[in-house]
Ligand binder design. Structure first.
Ligand SMILES: Nc1ncnc2c1ncn2[C@@H]1O[C@H](COP(=O)(O)OP(=O)(O)OP(=O)(O)O)[C@@H](O)[C@H]1O
Ligand SMILES: [Mg+2]
Length: 277
């Protein structure tokens, strides 16, 4: 093998190994109380990481800090090796300008519990607007892409409907199509099914599963244990603002190490079920 060919393969390997998201010793404090207390997390390209834990353990705060919706109080978050929210100056680190942050935030998409669609826009426009406004696609390109994505989430017939005419599950699938439309480096989900009636949860989970199969890098905060077990490459468990287990799903569910996780998992998932009852 020539030296040049060797270099190329090494670069390719490095690229595969480098985390898309790296969280280092992240700290976030609300009114003197830590919501995140030294969290470390790495998410590699194509990985799906499920974040589980009791209410108030810091799951939303974690994804919101990654998406720069919250100021952080310590530690750092990197996207493709680039520090988020700060820039290096001769005098040290300085908070990035709003514009700089916006540029970084374009590389991520978050899907919220409440779908946050624009009510006065059609489904199509909800999905195509960010690619046009933020990413500079032509309206034709964006429309074509939006229609394809809406077909993929099973909503081909709804492109010209308004959000109020859709079920919650359909609205959330639009929100997912919208998040994907900007080709983000990472997709963040914060309990995407917890505002839905039980009979609508399955269709949204299936949509997320399909995305996962398409090699997307994703962090999914969820209470859906079956889903996490089936879809995630790694499950992480948070309690009291700390990330206390980070394991492949089979180990996570069948051999929980910490007492907190054992208590959190129901008996049917290998836990003691004490914290849920
Ligand atoms: N904007 C805020 N102001 C003050 N405290 C906050 C704020 N957001 C979160 N917290 C606190 O931070 C802690 C972590 O909250 P967070 O919303 O991250 O928990 P969670 O794990 O997402 O819980 P849930 O499962 O209920 O969504 C909680 O104690 C919460 O009360
Ligand atoms: Mg939350």
């Amino acid at each position: 093998m020539s030296a040049a060919a060797h270099d190329v393969s090494t670069d390719a390997v490095q690229e595969t190994l480098r985390p898309v998201i790296e969280v280092q010793n992240l700290r976030k404090v609300y009114g003197g109380v830590p919501a995140l207390d030294g969290v470390d997390l790495q998410v590699r390209p194509g990985e799906v990481v499920a974040v589980l834990g009791p209410s108030g353990s810091g799951k939303s705060t974690l994804v919101r800090c990654i998406d720069q919706l919250e100021e952080i109080d310590g530690g750092a978050v990197f996207l493709d090796g680039e520090l988020l929210g700060y820039e290096q100056t001769p005098g040290g680190l300085r908070p990035l300008s709003e514009r700089g942050r916006r540029d970084q935030r374009r590389l991520m998409s978050m899907v919220f519990q409440q779908f946050n669609l624009f009510p006065h826009w059609t489904v199509l426009r909800n999905v195509m607007e960010a690619p046009v406004q933020v990413h500079g696609l032509s309206r034709d390109q964006a429309r074509q892409k939006a229609v394809q994505l809406l077909e993929r989430v099973g909503l081909a017939e709804k492109v010209l409907a308004y959000p109020r005419h859709l079920s919650g599950g359909q609205q959330q699938r639009v929100a997912i199509a919208r998040a994907v439309a900007v080709d983000p480096r990472v997709l963040l989900f914060d309990e995407p099914t917890s505002a839905l009636d039980p009979e609508l949860i399955g269709e949204v989970l299936q949509t997320i599963k399909d995305l996962a199969a398409g090699n997307r890098t994703m962090i999914v905060v969820t209470h859906e244990l079956e889903f996490a077990r089936e879809v995630a490459d790694r499950c992480v468990f948070m309690a009291d603002g700390r990330l206390i287990e980070d394991r492949p799903p089979e180990e996570f569910f069948t051999d929980p190490r910490s007492e907190r996780l054992q208590a959190f998992l129901p008996r049917s998932h290998g836990g003691s079920g004490q914290e849920r009852s």
